[in-house]
Design a binder for this molecule. Structure first.
Ligand code: FE2
Length: 317
């Protein structure tokens, strides 16, 4: 369990803090130290759990820090081996206000140190710096697009191993000619993925994380195609075809869905932490996260409500 006196604010402190800039939030530096990445809690035991939190949309307003801290506290109480995030860590840096963008990533970085286990981050569309037309910064800015995210969190696509499972985190985003974003896996990344899989035994269970869904029923159910899918996802699935893909974790839509196409693997679109911009449910999906329990080669999962809806209603947001 988390030490209640370290790295945690009281709800009253959070409510007071909302709307303040990070410069006035020195208390967040009290966040707890994490163990080394990939450190097994119970060596020899092949079972483990991890949490998948997507679409956090952290910002100082709307009591978002309070809601995120509630999720962090819930994860720490469940005590998984690690956390994977699904992108849209902050809201947002696309419009290119440098000071605001720095403040947002700084806030996320400081708060996420409150997780008492390693955190593996995935990039979302709202994390792409200065890509919109209205941005005062151009594409020559060193932090443009992926730059700021990379400066804070490292590579935008990578893999790691845990207890015999292989985890691949993808960057599902790029910028269009019209200065919007689109769901796509870049050519360099697909080359990297082919090489990563070449080095991975075909029997190794694999979990892939992407912000923009590579599989979703959203557009067929809603009739709105929008920017909800990765346009070349088939290329990644073809590379994964002769591997032991078990689970695909996705974000972006802020709704919860799952399926098992052709008995091959399971995909989960994991709801969201922020709901509809912290002011209510989006697509009638309650705010929450996915808790995955792995046992040998199999897994089960559940959607965890970290209590934000009840808190939000109490606060009459
Ligand atoms: Fe989002």
């Amino acid at each position: 369990m988390a030490n209640e006196n370290q790295g945690h604010l009281s709800r009253r402190q959070f409510i007071q803090a909302s709307g303040m800039a990070m410069a006035s939030m020195p208390f967040l530096s009290l966040a707890l130290k994490k163990p080394e990445n990939g450190q097994a809690k119970n060596p020899g035991d092949s079972s483990f759990e991890f949490s998948f939190l997507t679409d956090i949309h952290l910002k100082p307003e709307m009591n978002a820090p309070l809601g995120f801290q509630m999720a962090i506290d819930k994860v720490n109480a469940l005590n998984p081996d690690f956390v994977i995030t699904g992108g849209d860590l902050v809201y947002d840096v696309m419009r290119g206000d440098y000071a605001q963008s720095e403040m947002l990533f700084d806030l996320y970085q400081k708060m996420s140190r409150g997780f008492q286990m390693p955190v593996y981050n995935c990039i979302g569309n709202h994390d792409l710096f200065a890509i919109y037309e209205e941005s005062p910064e151009g594409s020559d800015h060193p932090d443009y697009k992926y730059g700021m995210w990379e400066r804070y969190f490292g590579k935008t696509y990578y893999s790691f191993d845990h207890k015999g499972w292989h985890f691949i985190v993808l960057n599902s985003l790029d910028v269009t000619e019209e200065k919007g974003y689109k769901g796509i896996l870049g050519a360099d990344q697909l080359d990297w993925l082919a090489e990563d899989l070449r080095k991975t035994d075909q029997s190794t269970p694999i979990v892939v994380t992407t912000h923009v869904p590579m599989l979703t029923a959203y557009w067929q159910l809603s009739g709105k195609r929008g920017n909800v899918g990765v346009e070349n996802s088939a290329k990644a699935f073809q590379l994964l075809e002769n591997h032991n893909l078990k689970l695909l974790l996705q974000g972006h839509i802020h709704w919860k869905e799952s399926g098992i196409p052709n008995d091959r693997f399971e995909f989960i679109t994991g709801g969201s932490i922020a709901g509809n911009g912290w002011k209510g449910r989006r697509h009638n999906t309650r705010e929450g996260f996915v808790q995955v329990k792995v046992q040998g080669e199999s897994f089960s999962w559940e959607y965890v409500d970290h209590g934000w809806e009840a808190e939000r209603l109490k606060l009459q947001l």
